[in-house]
Design a protein around this ligand. Structure first.
Ligand SMILES: Cc1cc2nc3c(=O)[nH]c(=O)nc-3n(C[C@H](O)[C@H](O)[C@H](O)COP(=O)(O)OP(=O)(O)OC[C@H]3O[C@@H](n4cnc5c(N)ncnc54)[C@H](O)[C@@H]3O)c2cc1C
Length: 397
C-alpha cells in the first residue's frame, strides 16, 4: 500500500481521480504544480508489482505529452517505429507509411505497458502527489455543486468529496450514474500477445497484416518483435496451450516469411476485445477519461493514445478554470471538455471499428475492395500524410 507523502490528508479536494492506470496517472501528473488539489485513488494494493504483458504503440503525439509530464525519461526502454507496413493476407494490396510521409522524426514508439506504468508511478510517488493505493471505490454520489466518493481502504469505509470526480477506472463505476449509457460491441475476438524472436532483427518497421480472422501485428520491440495476434476466442485458448514449436509454426503459417523463420516466443497472454463507449462522457460533477470513456480494438494502437489526449485536454480545462478563478467542474467547463473530445473519440472509434469490420471478413468482393483501398493509399502521398497525421495526433492532426 502506498501512503508516505502521498497519503490522503483531507476529505475535500478540487479533483478526485478514480483509477491509477496510465491515463489516471497522466491526469494526476498533468495537474502537478498547477495549484489544483487532487487525490488519485487506485484499487490495486501494490501497483509497483503491475506486470501487464501488452505492448503499447505510442504515437509521436503521445511521446510529446509524456515528455511534458516528465514520464518519458523514466521509461526503461522504448523502440522507435520508422515505417508501418500494412498488408492484406491472401489478397493484393499493401502500403507503407514512413516518417517522411507524416513529416515527423518517428511515427511512434513501442513500449511495454508495465514499463510505462512503472515510469508514471515512479514520477507520481517521488512528487508531492495525493495518491492512495489499495483504495477501491465502491460508490459515487453527485449533487449540483460536488461529487462524493466512498471507498474501502485498509478495511475501513472512507468518504471524500471534490468539485469534480474523474473516472479513469476502465468503465465500471459509470454504470452507477443513470445519465451515462454505454454502447458495446463484442468483437468475438481475443488478442494473443507475446514477444517473438525472428531470423531477421527488427529494423523499425511495424507490420500490420489483415486476415479474414482478424489483424495480426508484429511491432519492433528492442531487438525483436511484440506480437498482437487477433483470433476467435476458442482459437486463443488453443494457441495459448500449444508448445512453443507448434505455436511458432502456426504463427509462421499465418503471418508468412517476411521476417524469416520465427525462432522463439516469450510468455503468451490473451485479452478479450470489446468496443465500449460512453454517451455522454460527462454528467453533474463527473468526467470520464481513457478506457472509461472509450475502449477500442487494439488494431492501429489507438486506445491509450486517445485516453492520454483525454487526460491532457481535461487537465487544460481544469487548469484554465482554476487560473481564471472560475469554479472547477461546472456544466460549462464539462461541456467544453466534452465538445473538444467528441471529434477525436468518434474518429478513433470509427477508424478502428471500420478497419476490423472491413478487413476481418470472408467476403471476396469486400476483401478485394480493401486491397484496392490499400493500393490507392499507397499511390497517394497526400492521403497517406492525412491518415498518418491523424493516427499520430488524433482528429486535430
Ligand atoms: C492487447 C492490447 C493491446 C493494446 N495495444 C495498444 C497500443 O498499441 N496502443 C494504444 O494506444 N493502446 C493500446 N491498447 C489499449 C490500452 O491498453 C488502453 O487504452 C489503456 O490501458 C487504458 O488505460 P486506462 O488507464 O484508461 O485504463 P486501465 O489501464 O484499465 O486502468 C484502470 C485502472 O483503474 C483501476 N480501478 C478499476 N476500478 C477501480 C475502483 N473501483 N477504484 C479504484 N481504482 C479502480 C484499475 O486497478 C486500473 O489500475 C491495447 C489494449 C490491449 C488489450
Amino acid at each position: 500500500m502506498q501512503e508516505n507523502q502521498n497519503s490522503m490528508t483531507s476529505d475535500q479536494y478540487d479533483i478526485i481521480i478514480i483509477g491509477g492506470g496510465p491515463v489516471g496517472m497522466a491526469l494526476s501528473l498533468a495537474l502537478q504544480g498547477s495549484g489544483v488539489s487532487s487525490l488519485l485513488l487506485e484499487a490495486r494494493e501494490i501497483p509497483e508489482k503491475v506486470d501487464d504483458p501488452r505492448p503499447l504503440a505510442l504515437s509521436h503525439g503521445s511521446h510529446l505529452i509524456l515528455h511534458r509530464l516528465g514520464a518519458w525519461n523514466q521509461l526503461a526502454q522504448h523502440t522507435p517505429i520508422t515505417t508501418i507496413h500494412i498488408s492484406n493476407r491472401g489478397n493484393f494490396g499493401k502500403t507503407t507509411i514512413t516518417t517522411q510521409d507524416a513529416g515527423v522524426p518517428a511515427l511512434g514508439f513501442v513500449v511495454n505497458y508495465h514499463d510505462l506504468f512503472h515510469a508514471m508511478h515512479k514520477n507520481l510517488t517521488v512528487r508531492d502527489t495525493h495518491y492512495l493505493a489499495g483504495a477501491a471505490v465502491t460508490k459515487l454520489e453527485t449533487s449540483e455543486d460536488c461529487g462524493t466518493v466512498f471507498f474501502n481502504h485498509q478495511n475501513e469505509e472512507k468518504k471524500v468529496s471534490a468539485q469534480l470526480l474523474v473516472l479513469a477506472d476502465g468503465g465500471q463505476l459509470a454504470k452507477q450514474l443513470p445519465e451515462i449509457m454505454y454502447q458495446t460491441h463484442d468483437y468475438q475476438q481475443w488478442a494473443v500477445v507475446a514477444n517473438i524472436q525472428a531470423e531477421k532483427k527488427q529494423t523499425g518497421i511495424a507490420y500490420e497484416r489483415f486476415t479474414s480472422d482478424g489483424p495480426v501485428a508484429l511491432l519492433p520491440n528492442q531487438q525483436d518483435f511484440a506480437l498482437v495476434w487477433t483470433v476467435a476466442p476458442e482459437i486463443a485458448e488453443e494457441i495459448i496451450q500449444l508448445n512453443d514449436e507448434n505455436f511458432l509454426s502456426r504463427l509462421q503459417h499465418h503471418f508468412g516469411d517476411r521476417l524469416g523463420k520465427f525462432r522463439s516466443a516469450g510468455k503468451r497472454s490473451a485479452f478479450p476485445l470489446t468496443l465500449k463507449f460512453a454517451k455522454p462522457i460527462t454528467t453533474h460533477r463527473v468526467a470520464l477519461i481513457g478506457n472509461a470513456a472509450q475502449t477500442l480494438h487494439p488494431v492501429a494502437g489507438q486506445g491509450f493514445n486517445l485516453g492520454l489526449r483525454d487526460a491532457y485536454e481535461l487537465s487544460n480545462e481544469i487548469i484554465h478554470s482554476y487560473a481564471a478563478g472560475s469554479e472547477i467542474g461546472t456544466s460549462t467547463m464539462l461541456s467544453r471538455y466534452q465538445q473538444k473530445r467528441q471529434m477525436d473519440s468518434n474518429a478513433g472509434r470509427f477508424f478502428t471499428d471500420s478497419l476490423v469490420k472491413l478487413f476481418s471478413n470472408k467476403n471476396t468482393l469486400l476483401q478485394q475492395a480493401c486491397g484496392f483501398g490499400l493500393s490507392t493509399l499507397d499511390c497517394l502521398p497526400p492521403l497517406k500524410r492525412f491518415v498518418s497525421r491523424r493516427m499520430i495526433f488524433g482528429a486535430r492532426g
